[in-house]
Design a binder for this molecule. Sequence first.
Ligand SMILES: C[S@@+](CC[C@H](N)C(=O)[O-])C[C@H]1O[C@@H](n2cnc3c(N)ncnc32)[C@H](O)[C@@H]1O
Length: 274
Amino acid sequence: MGELYQSKFDPKTYLDNFYQLSDAPEQKDIRRFVTFVLCQLSQTFSTGKYRGKRLIEVGTGPNIHTLISACEHFEEIVVSDYTDSNRRELEKWIRAEEGCFNWDAHIQFVCDLEGRRTPAVVKETLRQKIKNVLKCDTNLENPFQPVTVEPADCIISSLCLEAACKDQEAYRHSLGAMVGLLRPGGVLVMIGDLNETFYIVGEERFPVLSLSQDFIKKTLCELGLSIQHFILQKDEDTELNLKCDYEASGHLVLSRHARVGINVYDISLVIPDT
Ligand SMILES: C[S@@+](CC[C@H](N)C(=O)[O-])C[C@H]1O[C@@H](n2cnc3c(N)ncnc32)[C@H](O)[C@@H]1O
């Protein structure tokens, strides 16, 4: 799957198609998805429960929105992706180069939610704390091979494994490798789509491994993770949405046990109306 991304994935088109934070009526679905993700991440990290030395994001893509709320709680951040053009796009934003994607609306949205930080502070914090932009392949035992990264206090991954894995066995394996990057007691924050089979970027169609809620929960438990928070937002108009066919977006917060096999369920499953 990685090779498809390397040859066909266009970061600019992807961001324009899925991450514009606009009030235009035709962008309603996208705005709903992006604000759901930003609100959930803000709620998760504003508890102050999740903090530490190192935050790793696996399969970051060309995006930085997943780090806006988290960045103030960690000393250093490692971002990663398989695709060279995505890592280049990230580096462009980090260096504030001309033509980089404009995340100002997303940062302003989170600052308004928090009512504490200014966008300038968020941008400076992010640019200063992202220490590495690494090549990553989630199919490998060490996804950052040949680089070894010290265990993380927090891992974030958004819409990556369902894009990177060809079947459920590969998903289980890659998730296991991702959990291996987390220190015992650390937190894994995942954003994923349920029962999605494809999404379109420009002219290119990318397959997605369709995952059910039951399969995800079962796999996470088998890997020794306990679910702290699990919230779904249903897609409002799947049939009209031509860019992708997901049924719901999910935000999960999981903690890693010291020993694999112990699972304490503390699930708050909420499906909001809007
Ligand atoms: C749907 S995009 C998600 C990007 C971003 N995280 C987001 O939330 O929008 C899927 C990402 O997975 C990455 N990817 C695909 N195969 C991968 C692999 N084997 N290892 C790591 N990342 C991979 C792609 O390069 C792409 O950035």
